[in-house]
Design a protein around this ligand. Sequence first.
Ligand code: CO8
Length: 258
Amino acid sequence: TASFETVLFEKKGRVGLVTLNRPKALNALNAQLIAELNQVLDACEADADIGAIVITGSEKAFAAGADIKEMKDKTFGDVILQDFIAPWERITRVRKPVIAAVSGFALGGGCELAMMADFIIASDTAKFGQPEIMLGVIPGAGGTQRLTRAVGKAKAMDLILTGRHMDAAEAERAGLVARVVPAADLVAEALKAAEKIASFSLPSAMLAKESVNRAFETTLAEGVRFERHAFHALFATEDQKEGMAAFAEKRPPQFKHA
Ligand code: CO8
């Protein structure tokens, strides 16, 4: 496996485990980290033996936002010509399931990165926030849109306009995170969930994810039509035959991810 400076990568069975690794900067997201993360995601997508991806940080920080020191002197000309932030969206085009395992700070771009995953498992120490307003800007990697869809207008406005942090319990109540687990178990629990997902037929997991995402991008009628076509298409896979035969024969299925 290629080695990088700002992210660590390990294969755990059929799961790709990506660890953000700029501990001295609380995993602040700079251009190098995003470039390396994107290379790891490309490799996970290309690897037929990976069925799900977990992205995590350290116990203290998932990521404390975009790297403020790197961005502070950029001009309008710089950011518009570079299309600053565009490379961050690579993760939203990953077709395999992605879990964000969040401990400690997930602020600004860190919260936005976590929200680009398919779901978030948080440790009881997690803190979420969009504090960009305190820096004279606003969220720039989808925070105003994804947070609002996740928690509704009232709490999104509260967090984005005041810059306050939300703890794990509040984030779970609000629907931002799927589960909260003790900090010491975070990575093990996220890997367990990812291993379970990766044990199922990959085509079905990919179409399940794509179908859920349609709920955010189209009307109910179009979304249901998309789901119906995807459901029908899965009857062309060997895994559908195997999954249903195994149920009828009272044995575990042997999926081939095909
Ligand atoms: N950027 C750069 N360095 C950072 C960042 C950051 N976002 N966050 C922390 N660090 C650095 C600190 O500067 C410090 O470095 P040093 O030791 O060299 O002084 C080190 O990490 C440790 O941080 P602290 O000493 O501050 O640790 P504390 O435990 O006292 O505080 C906090 C932790 C509360 C998380 C605090 O560090 C903090 O408020 N950080 C900034 C949080 C923030 O404002 N995030 C939003 C950034 S803006 C953003 O994400 C815009 C997204 C839009 C898209 C942008 C795309 C690029």
